[in-house]
Ligand binder design. Structure first.
Ligand code: AOF
Ligand code: ZN
Length: 398
């Protein structure tokens, strides 16, 4: 009897302590939009670890609208966001609400359908930000929950959800990865001095952020000129959740015989994209561990569209374009840049020094494609600017 009372008391104390910890751990928001915002933040934790899957976040509220569980899709092949969040909530999910950034799946993939877990948990209401375009889901998850009597609301935070999973959506839609172009430049828009000195334009804080990004993308792409000029290693330091393939684009097949990329071609995946007549130039690289991939050309050099098709076939979801200006120009001229990250450093270089994007360019300002979703932030001494290329034709952009 005493034993039982003691156990019950300890159980009670344990439960209240757990509740205390839980209230400390989970945020308290007052609106549906704030809960969805929190789910978007959770989803980001999977970036770089889940691709080619989408990043997804989920929050569970109990019947009194207190947060009792949260989760995110944390690794490719692992449980989905809803499953983690519902497991954390346990019985407290019954009669509650689930916020999820993407339509719950209704198919058996590497894991069982999330719709089954939601129905088993007894959730009364599900708020979804975005339809899942994956053909095996595509509205089926929402229909399944509604058919079982769950109140499903779709579209809260849809614009944010579209941007958050733009790479996933692009790979599904076009079979090509999302291209993020990044450069650092001085206040007068130069990426090096007139003698080619480029180390370093941006601050250590900006460079650390780029390493963080490198550890979450499928490929890092550079042109031949960058290999000659900078002798880059193109790895993430420290390593992130993903090891990017280093892609070197050289239509002429010319590359230095000695360089860091070649020395490390067995340690980090290295792919050289060239044209069929120049494959022979690269036999030494191949012997040292690089993969040589022939590609067709167009009037800009290597056909960028064909390169992106190749990377998409490998199910690469997001790739980082690090330059130089010739390659960036080719990507830009062929409308193949989706997003740009620019670090503007408070230095003035002057003179006939290179700018970030060469290529053909446009003749008139009305033809210049604009960026949307523009965000700016200071980082170290620099300003970090991000934006997504408008999908509208120039005449419809404001
Ligand atoms: C969800 N919640 O957190 C995610 C979903 O390969 P699998 O089995 O992991 O399934 C991948 C597909 O599941 C992916 O293409 C997308 O349709 C969906 N991802 N769905 O309900 C999640 N990550
Ligand atoms: Zn699922």
């Amino acid at each position: 009897m005493i034993q039982l009372t003691l156990t019950t008391t300890i159980g009670f104390l344990h439960n209240s302590w757990m509740n205390y910890v839980m209230t400390m751990e989970y945020p308290s928001c007052s609106t549906d939009s704030q809960w969805m915002e929190h789910a978007f933040t959770l989803a980001e934790r999977g970036r770089g670890a889940v691709e080619p899957n989408p990043v997804v976040g989920a929050v569970v509220l109990d019947a009194e609208n207190r947060c009792v569980g949260e989760g995110w899709h944390a690794r490719f092949g692992g449980p989905h966001a809803e499953v983690h969040a519902l497991a954390a909530a346990g019985e407290r999910a019954r009669g509650g609400t689930l916020f999820v950034t993407l339509e719950p799946c209704c198919h058996f993939g590497k894991t069982p359908p999330c719709t089954e877990a939601i129905l088993a948990a007894g959730v009364r209401r599900v708020v979804v930000a975005l339809h899942d375009p994956f053909p095996k889901v595509a509205g089926g998850g929402i229909a399944c929950l509604r058919a079982a009597g769950v109140a499903v609301e779709v579209g809260l935070g849809e614009a944010t959800a579209q941007v958050q999973n733009a790479p996933y959506r692009k790979l599904l839609r076009d079979g090509r990865p999302w291209v993020l172009a990044k450069w650092a430049m001085s206040w007068d828009g130069k990426i090096a001095t007139r003698t080619g000195d480029s180390r370093w334009i941006s601050s250590p804080e900006s460079r650390a952020l780029v390493h963080e990004l490198r550890g979450r993308v499928d490929a890092i792409i550079v042109g031949r000129g960058t290999v000659h000029r900078d002798d880059p290693l193109l790895t993430a330091r420290p390593a992130g959740p993903r090891v990017a393939t280093r892609v070197i684009v050289t239509a002429s097949g010319l590359l230095p015989e000695q360089c860091q990329l070649r020395k490390t071609a067995r340690e980090y995946p290295t792919m050289i994209v060239t044209t069929a007549p120049h494959l022979d130039h690269l036999s030494g690289w191949q012997a040292d561990g690089a993969e040589i991939v022939p590609m067709r050309t167009d009037d800009t050099g290597i056909a960028i569209a064909a390169l992106l098709d190749e990377l998409g076939q490998r199910r690469m979801t997001r790739v980082l374009l690090e330059g130089g200006s010739q390659l960036l120009g080719s990507f830009w001229d062929t409308n193949c840049v989706d997003e740009a990250w620019i670090f503007v450093a408070p230095r003035l270089i002057g003179g006939p020094a290179p700018t970030p994007v060469a290529g053909r360019g446009v003749e008139r300002l009305t033809q210049a494609i604009r960026f949307e979703n523009v965000q700016t932030q200071t980082i170290g001494a620099d300003v970090w600017i991000r934006g997504i290329r408008s999908s509208l034709p120039p005449e419809q952009q404001q």
